[in-house]
Design a binder for this molecule. Structure first.
Ligand code: PLP
Length: 459
């Protein structure tokens, strides 16, 4: 972190003018920004020339790291050929068509059509609007409520922030909006009852969902949103059998399943889609982040034929489907996404994540599962968390006032690591998917030094 800085320095200008996302503005006025200047491979460099290994790929997203000439070339070539066109009123262009075709070909279950937006939040808002429109179009105007999960993360626009099940996304924002409900978080380590098996816990999660649907009235509940692995809520891996039990409830009451693949999509969990890792059968899939390796913003919503037919009938009855962003399917990010998907195929992204991810999971467990400050090490593929605990046996968290996660992030910086602390003092690991085994070893070793220093401080 750059110390409060000389007048007219970049840090002083940042404090003077920039309103940062996800930041404590008062703390920022005091502490200033960390200014990142450049990136190469899995590393980034700050304005003092210090290099850091990026353990979270920025925001779980820079899947191909922080330098890639092919993506630069794809963007510049498209900018030269056609820098902008849109998809409104049946207009189209080559990147929009090719990327749509590529996504449908790669979908984990039969999907019919793709709609593009610019962010994960927009994709999830779009999915909610699609569900509402669909149910109106097929004559079920009362079936509108949406269920997501406590600790789920789905973004920050009005509807997506309502889906998100984290307190800071609702407090002082007058959210969630009406009609969005949150069911239990399937974190067995934290919420499993005394003596409860993992299977019994998964059954209880499904029972609680069913009870909520029955209490609300099944003819009022339209959709269920879930990340295959909850990311920002704490890297929460569902208990075995969870999604099969959840989907049985959704089918029983004809509730559409939306898989938020914004983090999990494109290899992160060791299959191409998180839904494949956990056997989910979604009606709608949202994705973003690794879709373009985050070189440019783009997100997508895939719908199955059942949903598409409802949307198409609805639009025929009112004249036009009144939804779309100026930059839906923008040709430049679309061209970058096409090249990204080609790179994934060529490097066998799934095979790579299976190999490097297995090493990452084993190394994190071997190094930290028995560490006195660590309650749980969890993860799958190339996503993991090391959750701190004040008392291993009792599984009790640290008092949030001690800011253990934030202190560890700071210590990590001194060891050349960019770390991310999630609620509950869980440190996330979601490195660029191009990370190699020796870089995993470096990440684990450096993190171990930071953790040991925290243990000394915590005594
Ligand atoms: N869904 C998930 C699972 C996410 O992790 C995120 C962002 O981290 C979003 C949605 C929101 O995406 P965006 O920040 O692009 O709006």
């Amino acid at each position: 972190m750059t110390p409060p800085a000389a007048p007219n320095s970049a840090a002083a200008r940042d404090i003077a003018y920039a309103l940062h996302p996800y930041t404590d503005h008062r703390a920022h006025e005091k502490n200033g920004p960390m200014i990142i200047i450049s990136g190469k491979g899995v590393r980034v460099t700050d304005d003092a020339g210090r290099e850091y290994l990026e353990t979270v790929a920025g925001l779980w997203c820079a899947s191909l790291g922080f330098s890639n000439e092919r993506l630069v070339e794809a963007a510049t070539a498209q900018m030269r050929k056609l820098p902008f066109y849109h998809g409104f009123t049946s207009r189209s262009h080559e990147p929009l068509i090719e990327l749509s075709e590529m996504l449908i070909a790669r979908a984990p279950v039969p999907m019919s059509k793709v709609f593009f937006a610019n962010s994960g939040s927009e994709a999830n808002d779009t999915a909610i609007k699609m569900i509402w429109y669909y149910n109106n179009a097929i004559g079920r105007p009362n079936k509108k409520k949406i269920i997501s999960r406590i600790k789920g993360y789905h973004g920050v626009t009005l509807a997506a922030a309502s889906l998100t099940g984290l307190p800071n996304n609702h407090k002082l924002f007058d959210l969630p909006i009406a009609g969005v409900l949150h069911t239990s978080c399937p974190h067995f380590y934290r919420f499993g009852a005394e003596g409860e098996t993992e299977d019994a816990f998964a059954t209880r999660m499904a029972d609680e969902l069913e009870a909520m649907i029955l209490a609300e009235g099944p003819d009022t509940v339209a959709g269920f949103f879930a990340e295959p692995v909850m990311g920002a809520g704490g890297v929460i891996i569902p208990p075995r059998g969870y999604f099969a039990k959840i989907q049985a409830v959704l089918r029983k009451y004809d509730v559409l399943m939306v898989a938020d693949e914004v983090i999990c999509g494109f290899g992160r969990t060791g299959e191409y889609w998180g839904t494949q890792t956990f056997g989910v059968q979604p009606d709608i899939i949202t994705c973003a982040k690794a879709l373009s390796a985050s070189f440019l913003p783009i997100s997508a919503v895939m719908v199955n034929d059942r949903v598409f037919q409802g949307l198409a009938d609805g639009s025929a009855s009112v004249g036009t489907w009144g939804h779309g962003f100026t930059y839906s399917g923008h040709p430049v990010p679309a061209a970058v996404a096409i090249e990204t998907l080609k790179i994934y195929d060529e490097m066998d992204i799934v095979g790579h994540v299976k190999r490097v991810g297995a090493h990452m999971q084993a190394s994190l467990r071997a190094a930290f599962a028995d560490h006195p400050l660590v309650g749980e090490v969890r993860g799958i593929g190339m996503i993991a968390a090391v959750e701190l605990s004040a008392d291993k046996a009792a599984r009790s968290p640290f008092d949030p006032a001690r800011k253990m996660g934030a202190r560890l992030v700071k210590l990590g910086e001194a060891h050349g690591l960019i770390l991310r602390a999630l609620p509950g003092d869980a440190i996330a690991f979601s490195p660029p998917l191009i990370m190699e085994i020796d870089e995993v070893d470096e990440m684990v070793e450096r993190f171990g030094h930071a953790l040991d220093e925290l243990a000394v401080q915590a005594r």
